[in-house]
Design a protein around this ligand. Structure first.
Ligand code: NBP
Length: 498
């Protein structure tokens, strides 16, 4: 067994190398173990270690482990070449976090770990696993006497290093064991750690999935604002100023902040703004798609997130779009609205759409929580998104307040604070969508959000005609406006020839 390690030990004892093996007889076992030393794993290890814990690490490809350990000689990090060595280096009950690619690799790691573990040891899957996989693993490992936590970790590389938002799901008793480590490594907002026990089973990974869906929505809404400003002739410098100003106001958020920084970044090769040389095709890893599938299964509308996922798909069809751009006609993408006026209008449209996106995402979390009996606390979920994660934003304080005041809130739009905002924003929101549409600029997420808002506030929708159509071709029956609900009627519609 070969053990590589960063030198600094808790008690500053020298590292002892015995013939043939690397071994330290004096050093205590590690408090925490992590498997998977890619970007997230490495940064989480540094984070955990920085809070005073000794961490053992293992990676399938040994060279990655060796390089990582060598880069951090002063840290209490123990590198192991073999899984056996890794497992043996951990204090009992072992706490092992897996940070590998979601899907098959997680099962592969668990399967190779199981013969080496003792009952009661804790495995934490910190990757972006599909919550149904987490539910399966929870049962599988629970039945075998092991303890399992499926924890969503958000914040990317920087969050993992400095303090992520963590969404753990699993048995309460296992959470209690992990709580001190999770609370110490998580981001803090107003002294509160951005981690809470989300619920049992796959609840943590489920909430992380919706978090990612909301992230898709936020990013697309910002892109639509940018596209409108571009058509109005804003330079990258002007865009940087707009987003910096927004970040100093009620739209303050990580994504607005990094967007301002992106506009300030020049391309060393051309000297132009870097954003202008980046190809307009977006990638995705699947959490947005999973969110959509789950929304359909739960009959919950998440039209903003849906539009965001579809926008990425359309963006990836670059060749088809280029071909169509010279065949299909539309107006010149040019906006002549006064720039200051436009900034205010787009601010309102963006904020209103963002409220809708969160309202929809939280609606889906509520529906699924009820379906699964997870007992989810929306105020706590919103609170742990206030720091560390990609969607962290000032207005999550207001969302937290709204759910603290009314835990049974039926829709975020109906919390008085957000109702007032939407009522105030709605006129500019409409105007922005009109301006963009008349200039042929696609604003699918702005439009989907407004469509949801208008549908939700419509006491009467045209579904009367829809029910008539259904009854016409399929005798599906309908209810009447002038009869009690629950009474169903059918009409013998005329035959149609053809
Ligand atoms: P990746 O998702 O790129 O995974 C790379 C790691 O998985 C490497 O350590 C690799 O080992 C290991 N691995 C693979 Br691939 N197949 C394996 C197998 N069959 N057995 C053992 N190890 C295997 O890493 P990441 O970007 O750090 O993300 C880790 C997890 O965290 C993912 O689930 C990701 O979705 C999630 N996440 C990522 C971010 C982010 O910003 N990147 C943010 C939040 C969550 P190798 O070195 O031997 O190939």
């Amino acid at each position: 067994m070969k053990r590589q390690q960063g030198v600094a030990l808790t008690r500053q004892v020298p590292y002892i190398r015995l013939p043939g093996i690397y071994r330290n007889n004096i050093m205590s076992n590690s408090d925490f173990g992590l498997i998977g030393l890619a970007v997230m794993g490495q940064n989480l290890v540094l984070n955990v270690e920085s809070r005073g814990f000794q961490v053992s690490v293992y990676n399938r490809t040994t060279s990655a482990m060796e390089e990582f350990v060598a880069q951090h000689p002063d840290k209490k990090i123990v590198g192991e070449e073999t899984l056996e060595g890794f497992v043996n280096s951990l204090a009992s009950p072992r706490k092992i976090m897996i940070m590998v690619k979601a899907g098959g690799p997680v099962d592969a790691v668990i399967e190779s770990l199981l013969p080496l573990l003792d009952k009661g040891d804790i495995i934490i899957d910190g990757g972006n696993s599909l919550y149904t996989d987490t539910e399966r693993r929870d049962k599988w490992l629970g039945d075998l006497g092991f303890r399992f936590i499926g924890a969503g970790v958000s914040g990317g590389e920087e969050g993992a290093r400095k303090g992520p938002s963590i969404m753990p799901g699993g048995p309460t008793s296992t959470w209690d064991v992990m709580k001190p480590i999770f609370e110490s490594i998580s981001a803090k907002v107003d002294g509160e750690p951005c981690v809470t026990h989300i619920g049992t089973g796959g609840a943590g990974h489920y909430v992380k999935m919706i978090h990612n869906g909301i992230e898709y929505g936020d990013m697309q809404l910002i892109c639509e604002a940018y596209n409108i400003f571009k058509a109005a002739g804003f330079t990258p410098e002007e865009l940087a100023t707009v987003f910096t100003d927004w970040n100093n106001g009620d739209l303050e958020s990580y994504l607005i902040q990094i967007t301002a920084k992106i506009f300030e970044q020049n391309d060393p090769e051309t000297g132009n703004a870097l954003v202008d040389v980046i190809l307009d095709t977006a990638g995705q890893k699947g959490t947005g798609k999973w969110t959509l599938i789950n929304a359909v299964e739960n009959a919950v509308v998440i039209s903003t997130i849906n539009a965001a996922v579809e926008a990425r798909i359309l963006s990836s069809m670059k060749d088809k779009r280029v071909t169509a751009s010279v065949i299909l006609q539309g107006p010149k993408a040019e906006i002549t609205t006064d720039k200051k006026d436009l900034v205010k209008k787009v601010h309102d449209a963006l904020f209103a759409s963002k409220i809708i996106s969160y309202a929809q995402g939280l609606d889906l979390i509520t529906a699924m929580g009820e379906e699964k009996g997870w007992g989810l606390d929306l105020a706590k979920i919103a609170a742990i998104w206030r720091g560390g994660c990609i969607i962290r934003a000032r207005f999550l304080n207001d969302i937290t307040d709204a759910y603290r005041k009314d835990p049974k809130l039926s829709n975020l739009m109906l919390a008085p604070f957000f109702t007032d905002l939407l009522n105030g924003f709605q006129q500019n929101w409409r105007e922005v969508i009109s301006i963009a549409t008349l200039a042929g600029i696609p604003v699918p997420a702005f439009s989907a959000s407004l469509g949801y808002y208008d549908s939700y506030r419509s006491a009467v929708l045209p579904a009367n005609l829809l029910q008539a159509q259904r009854d016409f071709f399929g005798a599906h029956t309908y209810e009447r406006t002038d009869k009690p609900r629950g009474e169903f009627f059918h009409t013998n519609w005329p035959d149609v020839i053809g």
